[in-house]
Design a protein around this ligand. Structure first.
Ligand code: PLP
Length: 395
């Protein structure tokens, strides 16, 4: 059946999936075989060895290709342009492999800490990447940064942890005119395909840390890529095998299982986060609340145009400093003090000490990742219970 016309709530259940022809099983089995028998040398059913070929991983890859509407047929790529890796970072590393030695990379200034670390500490020394970290919410900065020799543009939106929102369509138009050789990649982890589809806005590749919302249950690490360009699909497929960071069948099974409820989970995350952000914005102990769904957010209008909801992450600046932040973080009871985000359980963390400790201190200061900054990931628990918890911890 062609699933491309289904709406999102149906796609998360069905895209790229079909009952197993031999048993009728509605979920793919966890296929553990590392090798496949051949009738004659080179004569086989399309499966030779499990690093490149695994049916459980393919089922997940067809799903992400379907959710991101790649438009690539299964005849042109075995999963239609979807790819699953052992982690979000492994998928980012694969895209960085496409930058020739010494090539120019333009990246958002506010990024997941590990992405900046990979570019700065690993690929700049090993590959001579000429990296430029730029505030891509500024029109002037985009125009200056996207030079004709740019090989890769790496955007995150909304960003981690400051929730800046980048106008993807605008960047795609400017890049087409000024930097035609650049591959445009968007880390869409915070939005998921339910809220934002970068390929439809002119980007070439969309990336997700499936560890977060897509799997959604805090029990599997993974990274996904999807592209609508046949040439890139071929290169990514080649690299996925040649470099070897393909996702394990068990994690692919868990992630696919998690995605089946993505649509209902995201609805809940979004609804609760709006209420909680409003509560925090009006609380006297909070200096500033950053949430793309609030009209006070500097890019609220772009978010409203580009996204179908504002996701479940909220960033706040407490009044006071580290002592006040520490006390609040120690007192919450339902919100768990932990790294990561996007799971069914609510999490809270301190970026400067926890997730973004690898960002150079002067860059943290410049961006505003201070000791009073706290990031919340709103889970799917009862909204009032979550507000009560924050209220008692702030009290
Ligand atoms: C977590 C995260 C990553 C890294 O993904 P891993 O699965 O932890 O390797 C990349 N980008 C964003 C926005 C993230 O939140």
């Amino acid at each position: 059946m062609d699933h491309s016309r289904l709406r999102d709530a149906s796609k998360v259940v069905h895209a790229g999936q079909a009952p197993d022809p031999s048993t009728g099983a509605v979920m793919p089995s966890i296929s553990v075989s590392t090798t496949y028998v051949q009738e004659s040398p080179g004569v086989h059913k399309g499966y030779e060895y499990a690093r490149p070929h695994n049916p459980t991983r393919y089922a997940l890859e067809r799903m992400i290709a379907g959710l991101e509407n790649t438009g690539i047929s299964l005849g042109d790529d075995v999963t239609g342009g979807g790819f699953a890796f052992v982690s979000g970072l492994a998928s980012i590393a694969t895209m960085l492999d496409f930058v020739p030695h010494g090539g120019r990379v333009v990246a958002m200034d506010d990024l997941y800490g590990g992405t900046g670390r990979l570019i700065r500490m690993v690929r700049t020394p090993s590959q001579g990447i000429d990296a430029h970290f730029v505030d891509l919410t500024s029109d002037g900065a985009i125009k200056d940064a996207l030079t004709p020799d740019t090989k890769l543009v790496w955007v995150e939106t909304p960003t981690n942890p400051l929730l800046k929102v980048v106008d993807l369509a605008k960047i795609a138009v400017i890049a087409k005119a000024q930097a035609p050789d650049a591959i445009l990649c968007c880390d869409s982890t915070f939005a998921t395909p339910m809220l934002q589809r970068p390929l439809e806005l002119g980007f070439d590749v969309v990336m997700h840390s499936s560890t977060k919302y897509l799997n959604g249950h805090s029990d599997a690490v993974g990274g996904l890529l999807a592209t609508n360009r046949q040439d890139l699909a071929e290169r990514i497929r080649y690299h996925q095998n040649a470099v070897g960071a393909s996702m394990s069948p068990f994690d692919a099974y868990l992630t696919l299982r998690g995605i089946k409820t993505l649509h209902v989970r995201m609805q809940r995350h979004c609804q609760s986060a709006v209420e909680i952000a409003t509560f925090l914005e009006n609380h006297p102990k909070i200096e500033r609340t950053v949430y793309p769904g609030l009209s006070s957010h500097p890019q609220h209008e772009i978010a409203a145009k580009q996204m179908d909801g504002f996701s479940g992450i909220i960033t706040i600046y407490m009044n006071g400093g580290l002592d006040e932040s520490r006390r609040f973080l120690e007192r919450v009871k339902i919100f768990a003090l932990a790294e990561s985000l996007g799971g069914v359980e609510s999490l809270i963390e301190h970026p400067a000490i926890m997730t973004h400790a690898s960002v150079p201190p002067e860059m943290r200061t410049q961006l505003g990742i201070s000791d009073s900054l706290i990031r919340l990931s709103v889970g799917v628990e009862d909204t009032q219970d979550l507000i009560d918890d924050l209220s008692q911890a702030l009290g």
